[in-house]
Design a protein around this ligand. Structure first.
Ligand SMILES: Nc1nc2c(c(=O)[nH]1)N[C@H]1C(S)=C(S)[C@@H](COP(=O)(O)OP(=O)(O)OC[C@H]3O[C@@H](n4cnc5c(N)ncnc54)[C@H](O)[C@@H]3O)O[C@H]1N2
Ligand code: MOO
Ligand SMILES: [Mg+2]
Length: 426
């Protein structure tokens, strides 16, 4: 291993601090959806639709009964009461999936099952339970003692969607509801955006492989697997290129390999000012293509980004907390944008602080927190220790509490902005 001391060069690197929103603006300029591919409907779950779907037929496409009952003409039973029952002749039975064999006319009813086509002439379906069945001279009749308005229990043609109406927009994430619509409109195969391939490189001479026994001074590489999980969570395909020691040549070679295989490259570690923080050094060599190398945020202030061969590379901190947070804020939007998603940023809402924040910072803090409801209000409290190096609190966080810079700190009960993690919605 060749750990050259590069401190003088690293300390000389010109770092210009920018705000997170500016960093996002710089990054998002370079995000565009990847080409699409076709998958079978079952595999479309969690993917992003690559076409806009319009209704090529009305939904429903025939007048459907919403109940097991009798198709009738509402005007025939308009004056039906207990004292003045109306008798209708049953002229047909219509199971769902079958067609009515005749229209109905005045004084007639057709036995119609849920989902079956309502015959011509009928304008309402009265539930079985609201009728009494009779047989007179071998012929079936029903007795009705209550009126129902026209339209009752009938789903009209196009009542959900008219022909030509928008069903789903391109870029829509496909969940159960979208699957149901795609199936309804005959999509057994679905065009979806290709999953972004994200190469991940962990740097650090102190890193052990997960299966290796602990030795003094070394730690297991947890960021590589954590980042791979985050990539998967947002629809990407992780390519874990492994662990490199703090060696410029070794890491540069891995980065080149990463660009050949992936749509985006993520590194972790070595982006600060330390003697062996060689990723900062590698970024500094790229000069113009560097989008930023310092952010006004904690954790993750050292996060860097560059554009190489029209692909983005993000250099995340080695500290697990900082690495996790910077991914959620800066890498997640890239992965989503590459899949055609329009809402790139973490959903934001307002919650009441559940604990004081006395530690004021010059940078915006993104504190790992838990959002919960109590008495119909949304609260957010810090989870565990929030330092960049802390790994244990990541698993408990379902939000990032945004603490603005400066001021006198914040008191419990104050409204505060929170960014929701892991698909939490409010
Ligand atoms: N003099 C200064 N020192 C530091 C500054 C600073 O501004 N001036 N910034 C601090 C901040 S803030 C952060 S964050 C870290 C960033 O460090 P690096 O991105 O250079 O990361 P490393 O030095 O490689 O590692 C930091 C820390 O994280 C552990 N680590 C690294 N990789 C992994 C991994 N794959 N899995 C688990 N843990 C990992 C590593 O052992 C270190 O403990 O710099 C501060 N220093
Ligand atoms: O830059 Mo560090 O990530 O604030 O802790
Ligand atoms: Mg370092």
């Amino acid at each position: 291993m060749n750990n050259k001391i590069i401190s003088s060069r690293n300390n000389n690197i010109d770092r210009h601090t920018i705000q997170v929103k500016d960093a996002l603006q710089r990054i998002t300029k370079y995000i565009s959806p990847l080409p699409s591919e076709e998958v079978v409907l079952e595999d479309a779950f969690g993917r992003y639709l690559a076409v806009t779907v319009s209704a090529d037929h009305p939904l429903p496409h025939f007048r459907r009964s919403g109940m097991d009952g009798f198709s009738i003409r509402a005007e025939d039973i308009r004056f039906a009461t207990l004292d003045n029952p109306v008798i209708l002749k049953v002229v047909d039975t219509i199971p769902s999936g079958s067609l009515p064999s005749c229209a109905i006319s005045r004084g007639q009813a057709s036995r119609t099952m849920t989902g079956a086509m309502v015959p011509e002439g009928a304008n309402a379906v009265i539930m079985l339970e609201m009728t009494q069945e009779l047989v007179e001279h071998g012929e079936p009749y029903i007795r009705i003692t209550k009126s129902i308005p026209a339209g009752t229990n009938i789903s009209d043609i196009g009542s959900e969607l008219r022909e030509g109406e928008l069903v789903l927009k391109s870029g829509q994430k496909i969940s159960a509801g979208e699957i149901a619509l795609l199936a309804s409109f005959g999509y057994d195969r679905v065009p979806v955006y290709r999953r972004p391939k994200a190469a991940i490189i962990a740097t650090g001479s102190e890193l052990l492989e997960i299966a290796e026994p602990l030795v003094p001074g070394k730690i297991r590489n947890s960021n590589l697997s954590m980042l791979a999980a985050q990539v998967k969570q947002y629809g990407g395909e992780p390519i874990a290129l492994g662990t490199a020691s703090d060696d410029i040549e070794e890491v540069s070679k891995l980065i080149d390999e990463a660009f050949q295989q992936a749509d985006i490259v993520i590194t972790t570690g070595g982006v600060s000012v330390g003697d062996y923080d060689i990723v900062s050094h590698i970024f500094s060599e790229w000069k113009q293509s560097v989008l930023f190398n310092k952010l006004a945020m904690r954790p993750g202030s050292v996060t860097s980004a560059a554009l190489k061969d029209e692909k983005l590379i993000l250099g995340l901190s080695g500290n697990p907390g900082a690495c996790f947070v910077a991914f959620e804020l800066l890498v997640r939007p890239v992965l989503l944008g590459m899949q055609g998603e329009r809402k790139l940023f973490l959903p934001e809402c307002t919650a009441y602080l559940a604990n004081d924040f006395n530690k004021v910072n010059a940078y915006t803090r993104y504190v790992r927190g838990v959002c919960y409801t109590e008495g119909g209000k949304l609260f957010a409290r810090q989870v565990g220790a929030d330092q960049s190096a802390v790994v244990t609190s990541i698993k408990d966080a379902n939000c990032l509490i945004v603490i603005p810079p400066g001021g006198q700190g914040l008191k419990a009960g104050e409204p505060i902005s929170v960014l929701l993690l892991g698909g939490v919605k409010c």
